[in-house]
Design a binder for this molecule. Structure first.
Ligand code: S3P
Length: 169
């Protein structure tokens, strides 16, 4: 498997799990949001407020295409990536596996409560639940979906590597 792509809602642990997974596999690690921030020279909230969400989504598409060409890599994606069909096609390649991390809204709100770096998150739990419900069919297109509520990042890494041993063999 050349690349492992982590998808899922904000606060599901994609970056922390991704980093550990990359370490374990001796793969490179990238976070699409970090690449976007570096290339634009702006934080995600600045991109949203100065240029709007549609602009951000276009940049996100381009960055995803670039990073999905790399090999031996774990890619953590922004929570909105699977919504665009073009992005789902970019991710679903023969030599990639898409792993979606899932969490309950209670867990999500708890994990992200002190961080102001997510423009779409200045909302209450009911609105977040509605957004999550709307996105769930797209997240469900992943090759492997894993519940993160009760697991530590290290346990999730073990789950993912176990799945990969059985997958596409
Ligand atoms: C977004 C999730 C964020 C970031 C942006 C939009 C979303 O990434 O890409 O704020 O639409 O869910 P994380 O999932 O890493 O928080």
């Amino acid at each position: 498997m050349k690349r492992i792509i982590l998808t899922g809602f904000m606060g599901t642990g994609k970056s922390s799990v991704g980093r550990l997974l990359a370490e374990k596999l001796n793969y490179a690690f990238v976070d699409t949001d970090t690449v976007i921030e570096e290339k634009q020279g702006l934080s995600i909230p600045q991109i949203f407020s100065q240029y709007g969400e549609a602009y951000f989504r276009q940049v996100e598409k381009n960055i995803l295409k670039q990073v999905c060409k790399r090999k031996s890599i774990v890619i953590s994606t922004g929570g909105g990536v699977p919504l665009a069909q073009e992005n789902r096609r970019t991710m679903q390649q023969e030599d990639s596996v898409v792993v979606c991390l899932r969490a309950s809204i209670v867990t999500i709100m708890d994990r992200i409560k002190d961080r102001g770096n997510r423009p779409l998150l200045k909302q209450d739990a009911a609105k977040m639940q509605a957004l999550l419900d709307k996105r769930t069919p797209f997240y469900n297109e992943a090759d492997f979906i894993i519940d993160t509520d009760k697991y530590s990042p290290m346990q999730l890494v073990d789950e993912i590597t176990t799945f990969m041993r059985r997958y596409k063999n």
